[in-house]
Design a protein around this ligand. Structure first.
Ligand SMILES: *[C@@H]1O[C@H](CO)[C@@H](O)[C@H](O)[C@H]1NC(C)=O
Ligand SMILES: *[C@@H]1O[C@H](CO)[C@@H](O)[C@H](O)[C@H]1NC(C)=O
Ligand SMILES: *[C@@H]1O[C@H](CO)[C@@H](O)[C@H](O)[C@H]1NC(C)=O
Ligand SMILES: *[C@@H]1O[C@H](CO)[C@@H](O)[C@H](O)[C@H]1NC(C)=O
Ligand SMILES: *[C@@H]1O[C@H](CO)[C@@H](O)[C@H](O)[C@H]1NC(C)=O
Length: 405
C-alpha cells in the first residue's frame, strides 16, 4: 500500500490493495500536504463481511485510513485545483470555543479574514440569552509566522463589538464598499437581518433589511451577491428555531432576492426541506443551493432527508430560480457553505471536510479533515481559508475564487 503525491498536473494513479486495512500515514500535527488518490473502481465492492457506514454524521469514507488533514483525490483533474505543492496548515485554534463557524469574508486591502462563531451550536457560547461573536484574523501575520518557521501557528483573533442590531451572525459576503455584508439569524424576538458592518473600529453597522412586508424572517442563514445585478440573495431556513434561539418559524424555507437599490424583496425559490449555502456562477446564469435537511437540530439527524446541492438557472429578467436539478448528493454529513472557483468548480463544506465538484457535479476530490467544515473563503489566488469551528486552516493550492464584492 503506497500513497503518492500529485506531481504537476498529472496525478499518479495507484490501486488500493486492501482498502480497509491500509496503514496510517505519518503526519505533522495540524499541518499536511499529502495527496491520496482513490480510484472509484477500487471501492465499488466492499464485500459481505465489510463494515458499512450506517451513520453519515459519525462515520467517514477514508479507505486508506490516512491521518487528517490531507487531500483525497477521486479524479485526476483534482491536480489542477491543487497545483504542484498544496498544503494544509492550521493558523488559529481554541479547543474550547467554536469561534470560526461561518460568514467568512476576505478583506483584500488589509489581508484579513472575518468570520462568525457557531450560533447556538456546540462550543458556540451563544444561545437564546447570548449573542454570538464576529471576529477576524490577519493572514499577513499567519504567513509571516509560517515563513519564520513557527511550529504551531496561532494568530490573534480580534473580536468585534458590533451594535445590538446584529444578532447571531451566520452568513457573510463581500466586502461591499469596504463593509462586511452580514446576514443574521436573529435571537428570541430580535429580528433576523441583513446589515453592512464596518470591519474596523468602531465596528458600526447599518441595517438594510429586517422584515418581509412586516413579517420577521425565520433565521437568515447564508448570502451571496448576484455578480451582474448586484442584488442580494439569501436563504432563510428554520435553524434558529432548531438550535433553540428563535421562535417557531412563521414562513416557509425560501430563498429571497433583495435589491438594495430599490428596496424590493421577493421570493425566488421554495420547495426545500432546509436550505443552507448559496453560490452563483461567475456569469450569474446559474446558482447552487445546498439543502441540509438531513441535519435537523433538536429534531435529530435523518439520513433519508436531503444532503443535496441543487443547481438552478437564473431567469434573466426576474432572477427567479428555474429548472431545478440535482447537482450532487454529498456522502458525508450535509452540504453547508458553498464557494466557486474561476474554473467553475464548486466547494462545499461537509461532514468530513470540503468536497470539490467540477461544473458537471463530479466529485473530483476532498480537502479531508475528518470533522465538519461549515464554510470557507478564497483569499486571492492560491489561498483558501477554512472555518473548522475551533480552528482556522490556511490551504494553499492553485485555484482562485470568484470575486464576491
Ligand atoms: C491560541 O490562542 C488562544 C488565545 O490566546 C488560546 O485561547 C488558545 O488556547 C491557543 N491555542 C492553542 C492550541 O494553544
Ligand atoms: C456602494 O457605493 C456606491 C458608490 O458610492 C453606491 O452607489 C452604492 O449604492 C453602494 N452600495 C451599497 C450596497 O450601499
Ligand atoms: C460607519 O460610520 C461612518 C462614519 O459615520 C460612516 O461613514 C459609515 O458609512 C458607517 N458604516 C456602516 C457600515 O454603517
Ligand atoms: C426521516 O425522514 C423521513 C422522510 O421525511 C420520514 O419519513 C421519517 O419518519 C424520518 N425518520 C425519523 C426517525 O424521524
Ligand atoms: C430552463 O430549461 C429550458 C430547457 O432546457 C430552457 O429552454 C430554458 O432557457 C431554461 N430557463 C432558464 C431561465 O435558463
Amino acid at each position: 500500500m503506497r500513497f503518492t503525491c500529485v506531481h504537476g498536473r498529472q496525478a499518479v494513479l495507484f490501486t488500493i490493495a486492501n482498502a480497509l486495512t491500509a496503514a496510517t500515514a505519518p503526519t505533522v500535527s495540524g499541518s499536511n500536504n499529502q495527496v491520496v488518490f482513490i480510484n472509484p473502481k477500487d471501492t465499488n465492492v466492499f464485500g459481505p463481511k465489510a463494515t458499512f457506514r450506517d451513520n453519515t454524521f459519525g462515520t467517514f469514507f477514508n479507505p486508506t485510513n490516512t491521518a487528517p488533514p490531507f487531500f483525497q483525490a477521486f479524479h485526476p483533474s483534482f491536480s489542477s485545483v491543487l497545483g504542484r505543492s498544496p498544503s494544509i496548515k492550521r493558523i488559529a485554534s481554541d479547543p474550547t470555543f467554536a469561534f470560526a463557524h461561518e460568514a467568512p469574508i476576505w478583506l483584500e486591502e488589509t489581508d484579513e479574514v472575518t468570520f462568525a462563531s457557531n450560533a447556538g451550536g456546540p462550543l458556540g457560547r451563544s444561545d437564546l440569552e447570548r449573542n454570538n461573536q464576529v471576529g477576524k484574523i490577519s493572514l499577513k501575520e499567519a504567513e509571516r509566522m509560517i515563513e519564520n518557521g513557527v511550529k504551531d501557528v496561532n494568530v490573534t483573533v480580534t473580536k468585534f463589538s458590533l451594535p445590538e442590531t446584529v444578532q447571531m451572525t451566520n452568513g457573510g459576503t463581500g466586502p461591499v464598499n469596504g463593509s462586511l455584508l452580514l446576514v443574521n439569524s436573529g435571537r428570541g424576538s430580535l429580528p433576523p437581518s441583513i446589515v453592512l458592518a464596518n470591519p474596523q473600529t468602531p465596528f458600526n453597522a447599518t441595517v438594510l433589511l429586517d422584515n418581509y412586508f412586516g413579517r420577521q424572517f425565520n433565521s437568515i442563514n447564508d448570502v451571496k451577491i448576484h455578480p451582474i445585478s448586484k442584488a442580494i440573495f439569501f436563504t432563510d431556513p428554520p435553524y434558529g428555531y432548531l438550535n433553540g434561539f428563535r421562535p417557531e418559524p412563521l414562513l416557509p424555507s425560501q430563498v429571497y432576492r433583495f435589491d438594495p437599490f430599490t428596496g424590493v424583496v421577493s421570493v425566488v425559490a421554495d420547495g426545500f426541506d432546509r436550505m443552507n449555502g448559496i453560490a452563483f456562477t461567475q456569469d450569474g446564469d446559474k446558482v447552487y443551493i445546498g439543502d441540509s435537511g438531513a441535519g435537523g437540530g433538536f429534531l435529530g439527524n435523518n439520513q433519508t432527508e436531503p444532503a443535496t446541492i441543487y443547481a438552478f438557472d437564473v431567469d434573466p429578467v426576474s432572477q427567479t430560480f428555474r429548472n431545478r436539478s440535482v447537482f450532487a448528493f454529498v456522502d458525508t454529513g450535509i452540504p453547508d457553505g458553498l464557494q466557486i472557483d474561476t474554473q467553475g468548480n464548486v466547494y462545499a463544506g461537509c461532514g468530513d471536510g470540503i468536497h470539490v465538484f467540477n461544473p458537471s457535479g463530479l466529485l473530483i476530490g476532498k480537502i479531508y479533515f475528518g470533522t465538519s467544515v461549515a464554510n470557507m473563503v478564497f483569499a486571492g489566488k492560491g489561498r483558501l481559508v477554512v472555518m473548522r469551528e475551533t480552528e482556522v486552516y490556511l490551504v494553499t493550492l492553485d485555484a482562485e475564487g470568484l470575486i464576491l464584492s
